[in-house]
Design a protein. Structure first.
Length: 256
């Protein structure tokens, strides 16, 4: 029998192979550790105003303070009340407001400059007012009617032109507050404050610059409002006198 030739293939010693595997495992572990550490160190609020780190109650408080401390804002969206839907688009300022209010039946423009309130609507709106007549409607339709302060029409609609009154009445959250959900409104990063897990309304607050409220979802699906143009000037100009009817009597008691 011939002798089996010796195996001339050189193999590294077992100790060397074990050392190589250990080094590889160590390198992989080190890479994974660095990756996890890097993710853990990344701050989701980096580059923001920092309100996202605060408790929900403090976020809401800062948003309300920012709103109260700024003279102007544009408020737009829909409000559902007693089964009726109202569409608002109001530019609110410290000394007045201008904009439009629309219902299923009609739409009209509101303008307030200091204490002077003007309402511009078509004849059908005025015809529907209490004790209104065709003659009154024809006279007031599509004119800026300067509404007397004592008139019920003034009392009913002047609140839509008062920034503090309007925001206080519409931006109410009901229930225990929580926060954390992130999103964007108009391209601006936001953190959301939710009341009652969302059933009591949600408020999206800006994470950029001043923590303004930017969007509000009312409780019970009662409408959604957007708040924009904080601090931008509002053009409040008295209408041309040819377009104004200065009605000295109580409009609702006018028979024409």
């Amino acid at each position: 029998m011939s002798a089996i030739p010796p195996d001339t293939t050189r193999r590294p010693p077992a100790r060397t192979r074990r050392s190589g595997r250990a080094a590889l495992v160590a390198a992989v572990c080190a890479a994974l550790t660095a990756t996890v550490a890097g993710c853990a160190a990344e701050d989701p609020d980096a580059g923001t105003n920092g309100v996202g780190k605060l408790p929900a109650q403090q976020i809401e408080a800062k948003a309300r303070a920012a709103a109260a401390g700024t003279d102007t804002v544009r408020l737009s969206g829909k409000v559902v009340s007693q089964g009726a839907t109202y569409t608002l688009d109001m530019r609110l300022a410290k000394n007045g407001a201008r904009g439009e209010l629309t219902t299923k039946a009609t739409s009209f423009q509101l303008l307030r400059i200091d204490d002077a309130l003007y309402l511009k609507a078509d004849a059908s709106f005025w015809a529907g007012e209490k004790s209104g007549s065709a003659a009154t409607a024809a006279k007031l339709g599509n004119k800026y009617v300067k509404v007397p302060a004592a008139d019920p029409v003034y009392q009913r609609f002047s609140g839509f032109t008062d920034k503090d009154t309007l925001l206080a009445g519409l931006l109410g959250l009901h229930g225990e507050l929580t926060a954390g959900n992130r999103g964007t409104v108009g391209g601006v990063r936001t953190v959301q404050v939710a009341a009652g897990s969302g059933s009591g309304g949600t408020l999206d607050v800006s994470l950029e610059g001043t923590p303004y409220p930017l969007r509000f979802q009312r409780a019970g699906g009662a409408g959604e409002l957007t708040l924009a143009d904080w601090g931008k000037s509002v053009d409040l100009k008295t209408p041309d006198q040819s377009q104004v009817v200065d009605y000295g009597k109580r409009i609702s008691q006018t028979g024409g």
